[in-house]
Design a protein around this ligand. Structure first.
Ligand SMILES: [Fe+2]
Ligand SMILES: [Fe+2]
Length: 153
């Protein structure tokens, strides 16, 4: 598996969680789904920024796509922070989740389209498999850090 299929798999996981959120009737279940979704999303963004985007930034032809990707990550992270800082009783909470979904859908479309297209021009097939391994291990590291910080607080 290469970096592209690996990242697509993550995107599908997140999209599935948004769907579960929408279909759930229980407020408690919705909160659980969002906790999972935000964790998945944050770890995915961080690993892409650490491993994938820097490779694109090394090449003039793909640099702009990576910068644009980072800008969209910032917008997504800001929306995640709004959700995390909100009181869960806030009536606009669900609306904020759907706003996050719109931002994520838009970004995924661009990433799997323009960003992957430019990446494939500058990353060899072998490198694309190595990058998949690196992203995978970086995500595991962030997952452990995330769980440690949740246990400690
Ligand atoms: Fe992504
Ligand atoms: Fe991304």
């Amino acid at each position: 598996m290469d970096i592209y299929d690996y990242l697509k798999m993550d995107h599908q996981k997140v999209s599935h969680l948004f769907k579960q959120f929408k279909n759930s009737d229980s407020a408690k279940r919705k909160k659980e789904i969002i906790a999972m979704l935000l964790e998945e999303l944050l770890i995915h963004l961080k690993a892409e920024q650490d491993i994938f985007y820097p490779v694109l930034e090394e090449h003039a032809s793909s640099r702009q796509e990576a910068f644009h990707g980072r800008e969209e990550h910032n917008e997504i992270e800001n929306q995640i922070n709004r959700l995390l800082n909100d009181k869960k009783t806030d009536k606009n909470w669900e609306e904020k989740v759907f706003k996050l979904k719109d931002l994520v859908d838009h970004h995924v479309k661009e990433e799997e389209g323009d960003i992957f297209n430019e990446a494939k021009k500058v990353i060899s097939d072998d490198e694309a498999c190595v990058l998949k391994e690196k992203v995978h291990y970086r995500k595991l590291k962030y997952k452990l850090d995330f769980e440690k910080s949740t246990v400690e607080t």
